[in-house]
Design a protein around this ligand. Structure first.
Ligand SMILES: *[C@@H]1O[C@H](CO)[C@@H](O)[C@H](O)[C@H]1NC(C)=O
Ligand SMILES: *[C@@H]1O[C@H](CO)[C@@H](O)[C@H](O)[C@H]1NC(C)=O
Length: 477
């Protein structure tokens, strides 16, 4: 039965053109009085620093928040035109005594309504607007597109501003957070890894096909992301959920390991590991990599692990990450605890934690981090997803958990019938939940969430919110 369901699934996906496997913290603007700054040289230096910080303020609000996201589904316009990656403007003015009257999209820091590209009236305390303007390529700013760029957050082109007719009171941009752990080190380094809020991606490697016969970048039921692993890191994602498969018909061992979405082969593994390696080599960030599912080639039909296949993967991981690997045996702090602090990992300069879903293999290799619990609702209903996650997050971590980390899997899962009858798509499913994920993280999940993993993460604000929440938690230590 199971096999025929898989066959049907594989066929359904073939029909869609996919490849089948053969088998911020908000910086506060500090007002500075110039006359005061002329008194002493040391004061001048400090003042200059403050002024440059102020120039660097990317997010400001007098109350509430505004933020930019990207619409994950395509929009059909008149005359058969399609709009991809529409920019969305979001607001939450619950904390405001009076709600700003208008919100607009800008292509630079909003200073005057005269420069607005699209203007909308605000008619609710919280909400969003989908503009009909596309993000476009979304190239990484600050020098990060080609390689390692400047530290600190940087803005892509879209900015949002909100306020009344005279004044823009709140603004923000769509940004990258390539060095957020380092930027906030003084505040967050005493947090244990289990007490951080961390943005993650579900099925992180499924962002564009790279197989012998496909380089497709948009499909309905396989691709969960649309940014490369490098771009995900640069945006601020620090947790990757990897689904690794093994195909023994390739001659070279390296070529046999793939990232899959279930039975579908998406990309070879080793180049992705090298993107992470390059990031670790050139930043001081900590990255959590989770081998969470082995859909093809790692087990006998009986369910026994194929030791040489697991062993080959572990050798590749050790070879590729070498000096960056934080060995669990050196850093873990025992069941039911929250793990080492960021400071401990940074002092040792061991910044890649690799967790492994198979306990038998973990028991034989004590450098692996144990199974990282996934709070997974396995439902295609947004309502059930949130009921499940609200409860699961409030009951996590389990007092006996071996892993200091846990990940809320904040996406719905289509059923085989959804796929067969082409009901919806992963992009539409992500759109149905991503805004609510942002709201939940800001409210009900704020005190307890650890990793929150999503699909099409540009559709939510989990990265900036996680940074803000980590800083907030650290301030209470
Ligand atoms: C885009 O939206 C603006 C209003 O913001 C509207 O005037 C314009 O006609 C729209 N363009 C398209 C192509 O739909
Ligand atoms: C998601 O948020 C919207 C707007 O607040 C709300 O109407 C909807 O019921 C929420 N959905 C779920 C599943 O909680």
């Amino acid at each position: 039965m199971a096999a025929s369901v898989y066959a049907v699934l594989a066929l359904a996906v073939t029909a869609l053109g996919a490849t089948i496997a053969l088998s911020f913290a908000p910086h506060k603007a500090t007002p500075v009085s110039v006359s005061e700054s002329l008194i002493k040289p040391s004061r001048i230096i400090r003042t200059l620093k403050r002024v440059s910080t102020e120039k660097h303020v990317l997010e400001k609000s007098s109350c509430g928040r505004v933020w930019v996201t990207v619409h994950s589904p395509e929009i059909r316009l008149a005359h058969n035109q399609r709009l991809l990656d529409a920019v969305e403007l979001n607001w939450d003015f619950n904390a405001c005594s009076s709600v700003p009257r208008q919100i607009g999209l800008f292509d630079d820091r909003p200073t005057s309504w005269n420069n607005v590209l699209a203007l909308f009236l605000v008619t609710s305390v919280e909400g969003h607007i989908i503009t009909n303007i596309s993000l476009g390529e979304g190239s990484l700013p600050g020098g990060w597109e080609a390689g390692v760029g400047g530290r600190g957050p940087h803005c892509l082109w879209p900015w949002v501003g909100a306020g009344d007719m005279q004044e823009i009171q709140s603004y923000n941009c769509l940004k990258i957070q390539p060095t957020w752990m380092e930027d906030n080190a003084a505040q967050i380094n005493n947090l244990r890894i289990g007490d951080l809020a961390i943005a993650g991606t579900h099925n992180a490697g499924a962002w564009r096909f790279d197989t012998e016969i496909s380089t497709l970048s948009r499909d309905s039921f396989v691709l969960c992301q649309d940014r490369s692993i490098w771009a995900q890191l640069v945006h601020g994602i620090r947790y990757f959920d990897f689904r690794i498969a093994y195909y023994d018909y390739y001659q070279h061992e390296d070529d046999r390991y793939w990232l899959n979405h279930n039975l579908i082969r998406v990309r070879p593994l080793v180049p992705l590991l090298r993107e992470i390696r390059k990031f670790l080599d050139t930043t001081k960030e900590v990255v959590f990599l989770d081998a969470h599912h082995f859909p093809v080639g790692f087990y006998e039909a009986s369910g026994a692990p194929l030791r040489h296949v697991h062993g080959g993967l572990l050798r590749i991981i050790q070879r590729e990450f070498g000096p960056h690997l934080a060995l669990a045996r050196d850093f873990s702090t025992g069941a039911g605890t929250r793990g080492p602090t960021l400071q401990t990992l940074i002092n040792a300069d061991k910044r890649l934690l690799f967790s492994y879903v198979d306990n038998a293999i973990v028991n034989e290799n004590n450098w692996l981090w144990p199974i990282l619990p996934h709070l997974w609702a396995n439902t295609n209903s947004p309502t059930h997803l949130f009921t499940y996650l609200d409860n699961a997050i409030s009951n996590s971590p389990s007092p006996t958990a071996r892993s200091p980390l846990f990940s809320a899997m904040a996406q719905t899962t289509p059923t085989v019938l959804d796929i067969l009858f082409l009901r919806g798509s992963l992009r539409e499913n992500a759109d149905d939940v991503n805004r609510n994920v942002t709201t939940r993280l800001a409210t009900m999940w704020r005190s307890q969430a650890n990793i929150v993993s999503t699909d099409f993460f540009l559709g939510n604000d989990v990265i900036d919110l996680s940074i803000l929440i980590s800083v907030e938690r650290a301030s209470r230590l």
